[in-house]
Design a protein around this ligand. Structure first.
Ligand code: NAD
Length: 304
């Protein structure tokens, strides 16, 4: 059977990931509920489907999803028109969305019951990582599923990890993003403090990149403009990775921590800060825009 990849959700991340598969010579067909995203996919010469029924046929050998939240993944895989009931038993299912662990486990379990291999494979590395095909991909699922998916994951990413059973990929991703949310706020506080101390921010940034205060937000994705080309802070904070998505991930981290009685005070503070930022209408801005409200005249988001 010749290979056919059905890719669902071609937003900020899915679009470049699908494009990389196509450029690697794979036959890819995509679908998104957003007309704007469908147009963007067409601009990249990706073949598009009119709807899910048009996309999911017995000829599909792999389904890859890159959707916002657990409810979207559940709807696509398990809902009324759920694709688990439509694909052939030989089809491999790969959910790259960052979603709650339980949703991943539920979808994986249903797939296993139907004799279909399914992995959760959330990614980190942002839109730049997706474009450059050097994402970190953390997989939850069986060893067989991991090995089956590996050749495709290697096209989209660089460091591919098998984290453990179904749901473990998302568990690892949630831990990672809790640290990212905290470190983006930390980077914003430091650079804004430098600004208020009237020290050249470019110099402080250069120093921090080489000193013990370095982090991914400092070295790759600085929250202030004028430090690294091509990042959202230089593009009016267009995402990138939206503040709404970070808020979702910090909520997922808190839910996990509560379930297992883990003490995560900084994760909770980061959640409060992003929550308020999103409530004030900033959810579609890049998450690095948090620097706009950090370290300014007033500590707007003081924690009770
Ligand atoms: P996005 O909102 O840009 O893209 C998601 C796409 O899914 C949208 O185009 C939306 O229209 C589409 N969609 C939603 N429901 C659908 C449905 N039922 N059928 C078809 N399409 C549907 O989001 P994104 O930034 O690409 O992120 C996707 C996932 O990847 C999220 O879970 C996010 O947390 C994770 N992630 C994002 C980044 C990043 O930097 N943006 C990095 C790592 C992981």
């Amino acid at each position: 059977m010749s290979e056919l990849i059905a890719f669902i959700g071609v937003g900020n991340m899915g679009n470049p990931m699908a494009e990389n598969l196509m450029k690697a010579g794979k036959k890819v067909k995509v679908f998104d509920v957003s007309k704007k995203m469908i147009e963007k996919a067409k601009e990249k010469n990706l073949e598009v489907a009119e709807n899910i029924n048009d996309l999911i046929t017995k000829e599909v050998t792999t389904v890859i999803t890159m959707l916002p939240e657990g409810k979207n993944s559940k709807e696509i895989y398990l809902g009324e028109k759920g694709i688990i009931n439509k694909v052939s038993k030989k089809c491999l299912l790969i959910d790259c969305s960052t979603i709650d662990i339980q949703a991943s486990i539920d979808i994986g379990k249903k797939a296993t019951e139907q004799g279909i291999e399914m992995i959760d494979a959330p990614v980190s590395g942002g839109v730049m990582g997706a474009r450059k095909a050097n994402l970190n991909i953390m997989v939850g699922g069986s060893k067989e599923g991991f090995e089956l998916a590996l050749p495709l994951l290697k096209i989209m990413g660089k460091n591919i990890f098998h984290a453990g059973n179904s749901g473990s990929g998302n568990g690892a991703k949630i831990c990672n993003n809790m640290a990212l949310g905290i470190s983006m706020i930390a980077a914003s506080e430091s650079l804004m403090l430098a600004k208020r101390l009237n020290i050249d921010v470019k110099k402080v940034h250069e120093i921090m990149k080489n000193a013990s205060g370095n982090s991914w937000p400092i070295s790759v994705y600085p929250p202030l403009p004028g430090l690294i080309d091509g990042v959202p802070s230089n593009n009016n904070y267009r995402p990138g990775f939206s503040a709404g998505m970070m808020n979702k991930d910090l909520k997922l981290a808190k839910e996990c921590a509560d379930q297992v009685n883990a003490f995560t005070p900084l994760g909770n503070i980061a959640l409060d800060i992003y929550n308020k930022f999103c409530e004030e209408g900033n959810d579609t801005k890049d998450f690095s825009a948090i620097s706009k409200v950090i370290g300014g005249d007033a500590w707007k988001y003081s924690i009770d």
